[in-house]
Each structure stands twice: as C-alpha cells, then as structure tokens.
Design a protein around this ligand. Sequence first.
Ligand code: HEC
Ligand code: HEC
Ligand code: HEC
Ligand code: HEC
Ligand code: HEC
Length: 467
Amino acid sequence: MIWGLLLLPFVVLAQHPTGNEKWLHPHKPTSQAEIDAQMPFYPSRASTGGMDLKPEMFEDPQVCKGCHQEIYRQWSQSVMANSWDDPIYQALFKRASEATKGEIDNFCIACHSPIGMTSMKATSAMIGSDQTLPGVNCEVCHNISELSGHDNAAYVLTPNRAMHVKLGPRTDAESPYHKTEFSDLHTRSEFCSVCHNVTHPMNSTPIERTYDEWQESVYNEQGVQCQDCHMTPGPGTSDNPGKSAIMGKDRKHIYSHDFSGGNSTLLEHLGHSESAQLSRDMLRSAATIEFMNLPSHVIPGEPVTIKVKVTNTGAGHKLPTGFPEGREVWIDFSASHDKNRPLYRSGAVVNGETEAGTRNFKVWLGDKNGDIVDLNVWEVDRVLADNRIPPKGFAIVDYTFVVPEDSKGKLTLAASLKYWPFSQHLVDELLGAGKMKVDIVEMTAATTTLAVKNEPLPSLIAQDSHH
Ligand code: HEC
Ligand code: HEC
Ligand code: HEC
Ligand code: HEC
Ligand code: HEC
C-alpha cells in the first residue's frame, strides 16, 4: 500500500521524461570527436551549417535602415545592439579571458557578437583596439536557420548572400531588395532560447535560464511567446498596426524591435533615454506589492509583525531573470511617524549594496567549495540559492519590530519594490568609481497607516477568551 504510493511519482516521471531531463543531462560533449563534429566554436554550441563564414557575407544594419527605418531606430537603441560595446560586458569578459587564458573567449563572444566569432576570429584582444565588433544585429537574427539545442548559442548561422534570403515571420512578404522566406522558428520562444539559456560549458551548472523559466510557465501553456511581450511597443501584448518597411504592406501588427528588458542603467549610460524609459515601463508592469492581514492597530512598547506580498504579475519568467551576478529585486520597507525619521527600515542601499538583512529576490552562485561567486562566473560550480519569484507566483516576507514606548497617533508603513541590473558596488569594482551611475527603478509601492493604541488586539482578546 505505502510502497504503491511511493512508486507513483516515479511512474509519472517515467511517462513524462522531457520536463526534468534537461536538468539531469544538460548538454556537455563527452569526447573530442563530439567536439570536432558538433562544436566548431567550442566551448560554445554555435555552428554555420558547414559554411566558412566571411564578414562580407553579412550586411551592415545601415543597409536595412534604408527601408526598415522604424525597426532600425528601435533596434539601434536596444541592449542587444550594444551587446559587444557594453562596458560591463567588456570588463567582465576581459577578466574571464585572462583567468582562463583565452579558453573562454568563444563562449562569451558566441552570444555577445555572433558575427565577430563566426566570421572574424574575434578574441578578447579586440577589446580596447580600434576594431569594433557587431552586437546581436539584423543579420544575426534573420540568418539563423536552425537550432541544435536550447542553450549556449546553439544556433545555426547560415547567411546566404548569393540567394539573399531574409528569414522572417511572414508568408507573404515581398521585398524589392532581398528574397524573403517564412520561418516558423522566428515566431516562437525557442528562437531566443539559444542565447537566453546559459550553461557552464565544463560542469553544466545552469547559470542563466530565462528560456527554461518561461518554458515551465503558464505563458508557454497559453502560447504567449517572448516576442509577444518583448517585440511590442510597450508592456503587455498590444497591437501595433503599420508597415515594417517603407514599401511594405499595411499590417494589423508589426513586431517592434525595442527588446525592452530591465537594463535602464546601461541604456541611460549609452545616451538612449527613450529606450531607458521603455525599460522602466517594463519593470513597472512586472509586479504588484501589498500588505497582508494587517493588525487593527499597534501597541506602544510591543513587537509587531507586518507581512508584505510581492506577486510576479507581468514577467514571463522569474523576477528577476537573466544575468545572475547582478540582477536583484528587493523591498525597501519602512515604518515611521515622520517620513524623514523612520523608526524601522530594511532595504536601504549602503556602500553601493543593499544592506544586510534586506529581503531581496536573487540567485546566489557558488564555486566548488560552496563559497559565493559574485563575479568570477567561470568558477561557478553550483547554484547555492534562488528565491526569485516564478511567473505568476508570489512571495510573502515579514518584518518584525518593536513599536517605541512613546509612539502615538499613527504609524505609516511604506513598502517599495526596487530593481537594479547590478549594484553600484559591482559597477565600481568592474569599471572604477564614478564611471557608470546605476539607475535604481521603483517598480511599484504601497503605503498604509496603522493607529497606535494602548489596547489589546481583538485577535488576542479572542484567543484569551478560549483559555
Ligand atoms: C529596398 C528596401 C529594403 C531593404 C534595403 C531591406 N529590406 Fe527587408 N523588406 C523590405 C520589404 C518591402 C519587406 C516586406 C514587408 C512586408 O511585406 O510587410 C521586407 C521584409 C523583410 C523581412 C521579413 C521577411 C518575412 O518573410 O517575414 C525581414 C526579416 C527583412 N526584410 C530583413 C531585412 C534586413 C536584415 C535588411 C538589411 C540587410 C533588409 N531587410 C533590407 C524592404 C527592404
Ligand atoms: C534578436 C533578434 C533580432 C534582431 C537583432 C532583429 N530582428 Fe527582426 N525579427 C526578429 C524576430 C524574432 C521577428 C519575428 C517576430 C514574430 O513574428 O514573432 C522579426 C521580425 C522582423 C520583420 C518583420 C516584422 C513584421 O511584423 O512583419 C522585419 C522586417 C525585421 N524583423 C527586420 C529587422 C531589421 C531590419 C533588423 C535590424 C535593424 C532586425 N530585424 C533585427 C528578430 C530580430
Ligand atoms: C544571438 C544571441 C541572442 C539571441 C538569438 C537573442 N538574444 Fe536577447 N540578448 C542577447 C545578449 C548577449 C544580451 C545582453 C547584452 C548585454 O547586456 O550586453 C541580450 C539582451 C536582451 C534583452 C535586454 C535585457 C535587459 O536586461 O534589458 C532582451 C529583452 C532580450 N535580449 C530579448 C530577446 C528576445 C525576446 C529574443 C528572441 C526574439 C532574443 N533576445 C534573442 C543575445 C541574444
Ligand atoms: C508575459 C510577458 C513576458 C514574456 C512572455 C517574456 N518576458 Fe521577458 N520580461 C518581461 C517583463 C515585464 C520584464 C521586466 C521585469 C524583469 O526584469 O523581469 C522582462 C525582462 C526580461 C529580461 C531582462 C532581465 C532582467 O531581469 O534584467 C530579459 C533578458 C527577458 N525578459 C527575456 C525574455 C525571454 C528570452 C523570453 C522568452 C523565453 C521572455 N523574456 C518572455 C515580460 C515578459
Ligand atoms: C548563451 C549566451 C551567452 C553566453 C555564452 C554569455 N552571455 Fe553574457 N549575457 C547573455 C544574455 C542573454 C544576457 C542578458 C541577460 C539579462 O538581461 O539579464 C547577458 C548579460 C551579460 C552581462 C550583463 C551586462 C549588463 O549590462 O547588464 C555581462 C557582464 C555578461 N553577459 C558577460 C558575459 C561573459 C563574460 C561571458 C563569458 C564568460 C558571457 N557573458 C557569456 C548571453 C550570454
């Protein structure tokens, strides 16, 4: 009887192996032959369908701009257009490359400059040289014809200038300049998976899992793709009627190319205020915060516990997701009589970091000794902890403090949900102090008041009457 019950979960697992398989067997080559055959740009999984790529096989986005003006404008102000120039990336990449004697170069470049890696033999030595490499641009995405997996740049990049085909979402697109071909892949989240799932190439630790987080969510069940949230003109899934090219057809919805996420800091730093604002709009559409089961009043000299609930209402993956060394969401909570003199606070920024004891949502990576890795991602061996909020999920945290003896009148409670892509401390360590100002975004906030009264709480009275 008991054995039967215990066996049940295993039977269920055996019938649906796909859900958990990826956690048990992430991709890792097992022999040199496998590396040679499948991974020409080892340790990344990128490939080119056997083609020997040259930089001339890719067109400059300036060419596309001629007809796709709006799409070009949006893309050029996006994080992905700057994935190679990004100073935070360059600083960390340089460190990683030095620490691994260049062995890691192909890995990072595969996602941060696919054209640089596949056609220009890019290395970390190019950082700081005159040679700038293209980021994730038009020609990268519209020449990906297949995938060989769902992480570590497992795209098959096959530019075909002779044929001059651009792969895209339309079955009826006609362009005077290039051929077009319908690609179902481009309309699905799988397309993004290759770069938005990062696995440690040596020990298979899941470092970044935005795609998997989405794949296990209700958004996947409902058919809501990455594109539906990140290729619309603003948060949510709204229509965007118009044309995608000056000579294009009028269409009910054009997929925009802002790719807004959370990194307003980088965009502001690069001078793209408009797209920085779009990122803040995304963040502000992602979550709600509320007080739960508040007591009717508080009593001077007595401890009180306040519960705060944070719900991930808008992000199609964990909140936050992505770059694990940096991304952090936290609650800045305070109780006060006078806004300027809180009698309790948790979640302030001290020395460029959230103060000790802050209730935050984050992932902590560890090395092989189980020590926290804050920057040296190549040393990562395990995930130590992950309390980020799943899509449509929530977290409840509580704060306990003693109401001062001399309290009277009203107590104001304030809870603000904040985000930064990385702490000021981390930026200062990577770039030097004063080089980049981190933009702390308030995603949402709640305030309320509680009366201060010297009388027992109703629930306590009720409890007492039972005794
Ligand atoms: C001379 C104008 C012109 C230039 C230059 C141009 N395109 Fe286009 N492109 C068009 C038109 C017109 C369409 C069709 C739009 C429609 O049907 O809605 C189109 C469609 C597309 C599509 C959609 C294909 C599909 O089947 O869904 C993609 C992708 C695309 N172009 C990429 C590019 C890229 C990348 C470049 C630069 C290398 C570029 N285009 C340069 C005019 C141009
Ligand atoms: C990160 C990958 C990526 C980059 C970079 C990118 N695109 Fe796209 N593009 C897509 C995807 C994916 C779609 C299809 C979205 C869908 O249908 O869900 C698309 C759609 C399009 C379309 C058809 C839009 C429509 O609604 O008919 C055109 C045209 C296009 N892209 C041109 C460009 C040009 C020009 C650039 C560079 C300025 C560019 N793309 C950069 C991924 C990208
Ligand atoms: C070839 C690799 C590649 C592909 C394909 C790709 N991305 Fe990205 N994406 C990146 C990289 C690299 C960055 C980070 C660049 C940086 O921060 O320097 C990024 C950043 C982003 C950001 C900005 C995140 C932030 O913090 O603000 C969003 C949003 C995004 N990608 C969405 C998508 C979506 C949606 C798709 C699929 C339609 C997609 N990406 C496909 C490589 C890729
Ligand atoms: C239901 C809408 C929705 C879907 C679906 C969705 N996202 Fe997001 N995404 C958001 C919102 C809202 C944010 C801003 C909050 C945040 O940073 O998590 C965001 C943020 C991001 C960021 C910035 C990460 C960070 O926290 O700094 C990346 C990268 C990203 N999304 C990629 C993707 C990819 C890739 C997919 C598909 C696998 C996807 N998103 C699916 C809504 C969505
Ligand atoms: C499989 C693709 C992939 C690989 C491999 C990869 N990255 Fe990234 N990287 C991304 C994506 C996607 C993001 C954006 C995630 C987000 O917005 O949270 C990113 C973000 C970053 C950021 C944060 C940038 C910012 O402005 O916030 C840094 C730094 C970075 N990567 C460095 C590296 C280094 C160094 C390596 C090699 C050790 C590397 N990446 C390998 C895809 C990749």
